[in-house]
Design a protein around this ligand. Structure first.
Ligand code: ADP
Ligand code: AMP
Length: 216
């Protein structure tokens, strides 16, 4: 299956993509994680991307589409994937249609996780990520067993620079102006299912699996 996770920053796209990836045994591809890895490795692309990420802006379409095109052409994507954080602009959505056409595939579903703004801010300010495996935690809603340490791999947890309040507000504005219009784009294509994201994590996963016809 080829699935896109759509929704504002903090909606739970990464959290749900991880859960679905485990249950459905398909890849979770996060453009944010790809960029953060490139920043950590100090590649030329990473250094370029960091300028945009730090200010809460989007990395330019040509860079982002380039890395996604390369990643989706890899053999391990043939069985399907869950795209998290891409597409984020109308141009990226059209490019994705083109890339999938080249690969002779098509999108199966777009899962739109909706969450109110106040909840998003609380989720982003408490988010913690594993430096090593990118597993997601929250200081209150999904704390690790041992503070600051990843349950899965023992890696160190950190707070993303762009989860500071001022950058969060900027990212939410960028989402509303550039990404939210994709809800209409995918609804018109008959691919969109809206999932109520203000519920506990397990219930959100259940609702998504049911929408994908995978429950039970
Ligand atoms: P996104 O990928 O959409 O930006 P994340 O999956 O990183 O969002 O989730 C943002 C934060 O909210 C994380 O700290 C995560 O642990 C927490 N979170 C995700 N889903 C829920 C939920 N249903 N209830 C409470 N907290 C959640
Ligand atoms: P995320 O981890 O999805 O919250 O993404 C973190 C940051 O990476 C974003 O704020 C952007 O700067 C950048 N980014 C991730 N995905 C994209 C994308 N599809 N297009 C442009 N920038 C992106």
């Amino acid at each position: 299956m080829k699935i896109v996770m759509l929704g504002p920053p903090g909606a739970g796209k990464g959290t749900q993509a991880d859960a679905l990836s485990e249950k459905m045994e398909i890849l979770h591809i996060s453009t944010g994680d790809m960029f953060r890895r490139a920043v950590k490795d100090q590649t030329a692309m990473g250094l370029e991307a960091k300028k945009y990420m730090d200010s809460g802006a989007l990395v330019p379409d040509e860079v982002t589409i380039g890395i996604v095109r390369e990643r989706l052409a890899m053999r391990d994507c043939a069985k399907g994937f869950i795209l998290d954080g891409f597409p984020r602009t109308a141009y990226q959505a059209e490019a994705l249609d083109g890339i999938l056409g080249e690969l002779e595939g098509a999108m199966d579903a777009v899962i739109y996780i909706s969450v109110d703004t106040e909840t998003l801010i609380g989720r982003l300010s408490g988010r913690r990520i594993c430096k090593n495996c990118s597993a997601l935690y929250h200081v209150s809603y999904n704390p690790p067993k041992k503070e600051g340490v990843c349950d899965k791999c023992g890696g160190e947890l950190y707070q993303r620079d762009d989860d500071q309040e001022e950058t969060v507000r900027r990212r939410l504005e960028v989402y509303n102006s550039q990404t939210l219009p994709l809800v209409g784009y995918y609804r018109d294509k008959g691919l969109l299912t809206e999932i109520h994201g203000n519920q506990r994590r397990e219930k959100v996963t259940e609702d998504i699996l049911a929408a994908l016809g995978r429950s039970g």
